[in-house]
Design a protein around this ligand. Structure first.
Ligand SMILES: [Zn+2]
Length: 450
């Protein structure tokens, strides 16, 4: 009994300390009736839409989807006859798309309160792990609100990403499915490796790759160059021999490898090393681009986060020069995506969201269309391609029988105007459970955290 009381009071104090944005998010999510939601996820449910668009970027014949045990079991017309007694949900004014996949977030980067104008310092020096966990719970809810049902996190300290995933998987807090890297290989975490002999660097990164594998991570993140926030420098940190050694160890242990590469410098090394995705890169020359396309390695451009930093410069203390540099980098990033897409490099959507950017993750797709993709290709980058990058293409990223019932309903025409996907999400189902339903409340836009 004592334990129970202590738990209740701990929970109360946790809620009292939660940011207002978190409480807003939690209250606007679908009713938290765990038993009812669980029963609904198990019983067959027939969902009726105006239209259905698959993760291939193509429309699907039929307007009905049957969901049972959290999985799509049928798609077509007049399916209710085959499932007598099934629950029916009328979404006939909306178009169904697969749950969206954000392949690059930093969900644990959050503060306990508003920024005082130096958000990075506040995060690294003043925000302890429990506060970051509270912030990450709010970020997870905001991602569901915009239809993101799966995400890959690419750097977190103190195992906060693992704690968050545990809370989501146990159904204690709502959030997307998470694929995690933990800390990965970052010069701040392992400064020894940036100096020393080649043999020492190989040994150091190899040990680090083993430690990351031991931690239970699904991904090894290698920060092969500098570059973050207003630092757009792209200086090399790690080189081919140590990137290759760490990549081989990760692959042998069943992990995939993501390389952080601002600018072009580390791209040829990453391709040669056989990594699985390259993040951020710009200005890659034609020869490297051909090798990249031939390799099948995914490009995650992360264009929109520099728009976010520029728009929110006061939170980070960035000056006029920093803002100009951020906006100039966007043009190089868009140009790189256009060339990569034309060359046949597979592209996945990744927002690189941090702090107050959660809730805007999918705006990245508007840049994809600006770079020459059709809305269908952009949708595919955020669904089927994301699933392929994560090795989940048999389970996620499509609306087809046998796939997880991760379904997003939007107003408008996603194959004509990508803003239907990025701005007009009304209803979200994850694994057969309704997580967001804004039909009754009239599609509110989440408040911008400032
Ligand atoms: Zn990042």
């Amino acid at each position: 009994m004592k334990l129970h009381l202590r738990r209740v009071s701990a929970r109360r104090s946790w809620l009292a300390g939660a940011p207002a944005a978190l409480l807003w998010c939690v209250s606007s999510l679908a009713a938290p009736e765990a038993d009812a939601a669980g029963a609904a996820a198990r019983a067959p449910t027939v969902l009726t839409f105006a239209a259905i668009v698959d993760g291939t970027g193509e429309p699907v014949a039929g307007r009905e989807i049957v969901v049972e045990h959290g999985v799509i079991v049928a798609i077509g017309e007049s399916l209710a006859e085959r499932y007598p007694g099934a629950r029916r949900v009328d979404l006939s004014g909306l178009t169904a798309i697969p749950g969206l996949i954000d392949t690059h977030v930093h969900i644990t980067y959050g503060l306990s309160g508003p920024s005082r104008g130096d958000a990075w310092h506040q995060l690294l020096q003043e925000t302890p792990a429990p506060e970051r966990l509270v912030a990450s719970i709010g970020h997870a809810a905001k991602m569901l609100e915009i239809g993101v049902t799966t995400a890959r996190d690419l750097f977190a300290l103190d195992h906060v990403d693992f704690y968050l995933r545990e809370l989501i998987e146990r159904g204690i807090v709502p959030g997307p499915r998470l694929f995690l890297s933990g800390t990965g290989i970052h010069p701040l975490v392992m400064p020894v490796a940036t100096s020393g002999t080649e043999a020492e660097r190989i040994s150091s990164l190899s040990q680090r790759a083993r430690d990351v594998a031991d931690s239970g991570a699904a991904w090894l993140k290698i920060f092969a160059t500098t570059g973050t926030g207003s630092d757009l420098s792209g200086q090399r940190v790690y080189h081919y021999p140590e990137i290759k050694a760490a990549t081989d160890i990760a692959h042998a242990r069943g992990l995939q490898v993501a390389v952080h590469a601002y600018g072009p410098a580390a791209v040829p090394d990453a391709i040669r090393a056989g990594v699985d995705s390259i993040e951020h890169a710009v200005d890659v020359d034609d020869e490297s681009l051909r090798a990249w396309a031939a390799s099948g390695i995914f490009y995650v451009p992360t264009i929109d986060h520099n728009r976010y930093y520029a728009d929110h410069r006061e939170e980070y203390g960035y000056d006029d020069g920093a803002e100009r540099a951020l906006r100039a980098f966007i043009s190089r990033n868009v140009a790189m995506l256009r060339r990569a897409h034309e060359a046949g490099v597979p592209v996945a959507m990744g927002s690189d969201a941090v702090m107050t950017m959660f809730g805007e993750n999918t705006r990245e797709l508007e840049w994809f269309v600006a770079a020459g993709m059709t809305p269908g290709e952009a949708l595919r980058a955020a669904t089927l391609n994301g699933a392929q990058l994560l090795g989940q293409q048999d389970r996620l990223g499509r609306l087809a029988p046998g796939f997880a019932a991760d379904i997003v309903a939007v107003t408008g025409q996603p194959l004509t105007d990508i803003r239907a996907v990025t701005r007009q999400v009304v209803w979200v189902m994850k694994a057969g459970e309704v997580m967001v339903d804004k039909r009754r409340t009239g599609n509110p836009v989440p408040p911008r955290g400032k």
